[in-house]
Design a protein around this ligand. Structure first.
Ligand code: CU
Length: 158
């Protein structure tokens, strides 16, 4: 084989190798891009069902979540004289036939009555009253006040 031929072959081999390397890089880039798109789509699909846990983020804010299974938590605490923001969040969607995904939090003794829209929240701010146990309920869904699941307690300590 002439040296000319050998050089030519070497050049072709180098070209082929560089072409293969480029193809591999391109494939890797596409794979990363596709994985990113899949992850993003997955996150967007799942996000509405992930309960946001912002309870405890703000001081003085008590977050109570409600769904057809009742209030979470069912028992909340406050101290007499402290300013309390009570935020009720409905975890249900508007597709619930019973109550349309709305939930209520009413404390008759304190004149509190808020209704959270489906997958939304409403809040009320008040000064915690004298020590005692104050019952709250939702009378919108699942038999309302007659349903023991839709009851909770605000415990006020001195
Ligand atoms: Cu309810």
């Amino acid at each position: 084989m002439s040296s000319k031929k050998r050089r030519r072959r070497a050049r072709m081999a180098r070209r082929e190798a560089s072409r293969l390397a480029k193809r591999r890089t391109r494939r890797a880039a596409y794979a990363i891009l596709a994985a990113g798109v899949v992850l993003l789509a997955g996150w967007l699909a799942v996000r509405p069902f992930v309960p946001r846990s912002d309870s405890g983020d703000e001081s003085g804010v008590i977050v109570v979540e409600a769904d057809m299974a009742g209030f979470h938590p069912k028992r909340i605490r406050a101290r007499t004289g402290e300013s309390v923001t009570l935020r009720l969040r409905s975890l249900d969607t508007p597709f619930h036939s019973d109550g349309g995904g709305r939930h209520q939090l009413a404390i008759d003794r304190l004149g509190i009555d808020i209704i959270a829209p489906p997958r939304g929240s409403r809040e009320v701010t008040f000064v915690a009253p004298e020590p005692g146990v104050y019952a709250f309920y939702c009378s919108i869904c699942c038999g309302g006040k007659a349903n023991p699941a839709m009851w909770g307690r605000l415990v006020v300590d001195a």
